[in-house]
Design a protein around this ligand. Sequence first.
Ligand SMILES: [Zn+2]
Length: 91
Amino acid sequence: MANTEDETETVCRVCGFDGEAFWEGGWPNEAAICPCCGNEPDVGDASVMSLRNYRGYSVGHGAPWLSPSEERKRQGWDLLTQREDIPLQWR
Ligand SMILES: [Zn+2]
């Protein structure tokens, strides 16, 4: 697996959405928020335990998008397909 210490993570650890620099060099980007699941770096995803809780909560509510306008850009979006992009260590 890639070493997250010196890499930018653009894939949401919770839902697999790809498109924001959520973590940079091992530090959370506090300006980033996932338009899909609404996770904020270091809030919902600081540990595998917490992000699994957050993921379960989101899915339990029907996995609504935080940003409906972002959702509309992705015709045929599928949560399960997107989640395949979540790095192994965050599943
Ligand atoms: Zn997300």
